[in-house]
Design a protein around this ligand. Structure first.
Ligand SMILES: Nc1ncnc2c1ncn2[C@@H]1O[C@H](COP(=O)(O)OP(=O)(O)O)[C@@H](O)[C@H]1O
Ligand SMILES: [Mg+2]
Length: 236
């Protein structure tokens, strides 16, 4: 994996390198939005967010080193392996036969929900295999302070869509968002929604939500994110 990353929609560059025999992932985070904060402040917010996730029991690869330049933030992280889209290729595998893997991702999402933290539940943000998964995405930092800083520099035409998109990372929406993002992996993923609905209900993230309501909420969340991407509105 080098250069432009097919799994990044934030213009983050990810490359693998070996340092003293250890495989590491170098993440270079570019600033796209005209935020009124320095790169050092932005990095400090990412570090705070990582600490909050860690305290909530969300497993994340270790950071070996990090630094800022004028317009980028660079993290050198332990390599947690392939993400679930790369490793399992067909999303069916996850709903049909590898429910243990999905249950592990859902367990991580549940930890964020229980701590009141926002995360991006797309399956590409979970790396590892079998039930041994880690969550990798901490840019942008999904804290209230960051959301306010980002929305403060939004154009009038961007603000509502950004606020709605950020809201969808917060605990209430995460079960629907998790399912909706399967449509980003496979446009025909609707067929997986009954299985995802059952799994989310069995694991206690949903309770008493009828399937049609679940499906329409999941679709709406994905549609809004697709609209933001089409309009090239960056989260960071
Ligand atoms: N520590 C890591 N170990 C393994 N893969 C990683 C790691 N960090 C990032 N990646 C890979 O790079 C992709 C993009 O990284 P991410 O931090 O999610 O950036 P973005 O904010 O652009 O989505 C992830 O989907 C994952 O496949
Ligand atoms: Mg990501």
């Amino acid at each position: 994996m080098a250069g432009a990353n097919p799994f990044s929609v934030n213009n983050t560059r990810v490359r693998r390198l070996t340092v003293n025999g250890e495989s590491l992932v170098e993440k270079t985070i570019h600033r796209n939005a005209p935020l009124a904060v320095t790169s050092a402040d932005l990095k400090a917010e990412m570090d705070t967010y990582r600490e909050q996730l860690t305290a909530a029991g969300v497993p994340m690869p270790r950071v070996a080193d990090s630094h800022v330049t004028d317009d980028t933030i660079v993290y050198l992280c332990e390599d947690g392996g392939l993400n679930l889209v790369e490793r399992y290729e067909q999303p069916e595998l996850l709903t049909n036969g590898r429910a243990d893997v999905l249950t592990s991702a859902i367990d991580i999402i549940k930890r964020a929900i229980d701590a009141g933290l926002a995360i991006d539940p797309h399956i590409k943000n979970f790396v590892g295999e079998d039930a041994d998964l880690a969550y990798v995405d901490f840019s942008p930092p999904l804290t209230m302070a960051y959301v306010e800083a980002r929305c403060a520099v939004a154009k009038d035409t961007e603000r509502d869509i950004l606020r709605e998109n950020f809201a969808y990372f917060t605990p209430y929406f995460l079960p629907y968002h998790f399912a909706g993002d399967f449509l980003n992996v496979d446009p025909t993923a609707d067929r997986l929604f009954p299985a995802l609905h059952s799994l989310l209900t069995d694991t206690g993230l949903l309770s008493g939500v009828p399937l049609p309501e679940f499906v329409s909420q999941a679709r709406a969340i994905r549609a809004l994110e697709d609209r933001r991407l089409q309009e090239r509105i960056y989260l960071i």
